[in-house]
Ligand binder design. Structure first.
Ligand code: BLA
Length: 332
């Protein structure tokens, strides 16, 4: 039975099968992020032509044997080294979205969603980011329309996308309050409406998180629909580099790496990060992590293992109700 579950012929059958096994062996905890993914794909289809991503069009090439010796599609589904935890990947594109991908992890003691939408470089749209980690009743959540360009130095960019979204942001940042100190470097990747929160699991909190995800994603789809395609090559280049810098940051420093390495080993985790989750890193640009973030350089030209060079900061939310950045941290 495992063999047939693991081996997916196509992403479509994958979705229907996933639904059918809703009551299956490993679903101990109530929360499953599958509903979030189902919603987002259905909603995307109402706004755009949803096509399978080339990442999932190469099943033969990408099929390999996993730890237990099951033949699997690398970018479709995997069973972790513990033999139980399941990782499910899916990816699509649309005429305006370069890569719409999700990874969900379902284990006995852990549920994770990593959901992102990366626009094509002709659009300066924010990057949609839904990152939810649930384990042992604690939840670590980042939900945001991550700005492609710096919202502090580029006021035009903040006004263009975020001024109108402040009421939505205020509604949910009250329900899901600031999660406390975080890697200071991350703050530049967040927008004035970012939801950064931690909470203990409860039905009501998960319902709030679901509606926040729904409303943020709908807002992002509307922006996507209204966006005007850029034609100036220098501005397209600028979008391209900004997205590449973002991918480079996350592929190197995302806080979920430790968990991924424990689940599937260092080699596969790195492969998943570069070729699936942050795919584009080898195609969109040629700069390296240290080109973008030289402060992480250590002796011998290697990248510092530290996640943060500045240290943790931002005990409280560093944006006011108008979305103005208020530097409330003396170290920054
Ligand atoms: C913790 N995840 C965190 C933290 C943030 C994020 C801000 C707090 C700790 C810190 O700031 O270092 C998320 N940070 C982000 C995101 C961006 C960013 C989304 O800069 C985007 C720009 N989290 C996941 C996934 C896993 C995961 C996929 O998104 C696991 C596979 C786990 N996140 C995870 C864990 C912690 C965490 C275990 C707590 C452990 C720690 O702080 O090191």
């Amino acid at each position: 039975a495992l063999m047939t579950i693991n081996y997916n012929g196509s992403s479509q059958s994958h979705w229907s099968r996933r639904k059918k096994k809703g009551h299956c062996l490993l679903r101990v905890s109530a929360i499953s992020y599958q509903d979030f993914i189902d919603f987002s794909l259905n909603e995307t289809k109402r706004h755009a032509l949803l096509l399978p991503s080339p990442l999932q069009n190469l099943p033969i090439k990408l099929a390999e044997f996993n730890f237990q010796g099951f033949l699997m599609e690398k970018y479709s589904s995997m069973i972790a080294m513990d033999g139980r935890t399941r990782l499910e990947m899916s990816s699509f594109e649309t005429p305006r979205i370069r890569l719409l991908r999700s990874m969900s992890i379902e284990g006995e003691a852990m549920q994770v969603l990593d959901f992102a939408a990366f626009p094509k470089p002709e659009f300066d749209l924010p990057i949609f980011c839904g990152n939810f980690f649930t384990a042992a009743n604690t939840n670590i959540v980042v939900l945001d329309l991550n700005p492609l360009h710096d919202v502090i130095s580029r006021r035009d960019y903040k006004e263009k996308y975020y001024d109108r979204l402040m009421p939505l942001g205020l509604k949910y940042t009250e329900l899901l309050p600031w999660g406390g100190k975080l890697t200071s470097e991350s703050i530049k990747f967040f927008s004035p409406i970012v939801i950064w929160t931690k909470f203990t699991s409860s039905k009501s909190k998960h319902e709030v998180l679901y509606s926040a995800f729904v409303e943020y994603y709908k807002a992002w789809l509307e922006l996507m629909e209204q966006a005007v395609e850029e034609t100036d090559p220098s501005l397209i280049m600028c979008n391209l580099e900004a997205q590449h810098r973002y991918l480079t940051w996350r592929a190197e420093k995302d806080p979920g790496h430790g968990v991924l390495k424990r689940l599937i080993g260092e080699k596969l985790a790195k492969d998943l990060l570069r070729n699936f989750l942050f795919s584009g890193i080898d195609e969109l640009g040629s700069k390296t992590f240290l080109d973008y973030f030289p402060e992480y350089g250590s002796e011998g030209g290697t990248i510092s293992e530290k996640r943060s060079i500045i240290g943790k900061g931002f005990e409280s939310r560093p944006w006011d109700k108008n979305g103005e950045f208020v530097d409330n941290d003396s170290r920054n």
